[in-house]
Design a protein around this ligand. Structure first.
Ligand SMILES: [Zn+2]
Ligand SMILES: [Zn+2]
Length: 105
């Protein structure tokens, strides 16, 4: 399982360097060295410019709920209850996929 994570990390690093993989579509995190759903709640994954995990209306970061058992991932603003964006939707999709990948490993 650890070997699969390391291999996936290395593959995604290479693909990203080659320009064939967008950072948003990665299932692993280069900064934290793990599956993206495991570290997505870190402040490093908040970006007001790209609006990853960011509610522009409230100027607030979105809270994260990750359920590895059901594979459910939710990101919501604690103030307005919404705060979605295209970037965050992509991040949620990556997290769901990384839970799947971890399971398959
Ligand atoms: Zn991370
Ligand atoms: Zn909000």
């Amino acid at each position: 399982m650890i070997a699969t994570l390391i291999a996936t990390l290395a593959e995604e690093d290479d693909a990203e360097d080659l320009g064939v993989l967008a950072p948003d579509d990665r299932l692993t995190c280069h900064v934290h060295g793990g599956w993206i759903h495991r570290c997505v709640s870190s402040p490093v994954h908040v970006n007001p410019v790209t609006r990853h995990r960011w509610c522009r209306g409230c100027d607030a970061e979105l809270g994260v709920v990750v359920d590895e058992l059901t594979g459910e991932v939710a990101m919501r603003c604690s103030r307005c209850g919404r705060g979605g964006s295209a970037a965050t939707a992509r991040l949620v999709a990556a997290c769901r996929a990384s839970i799947e990948a971890q399971r398959a490993a």
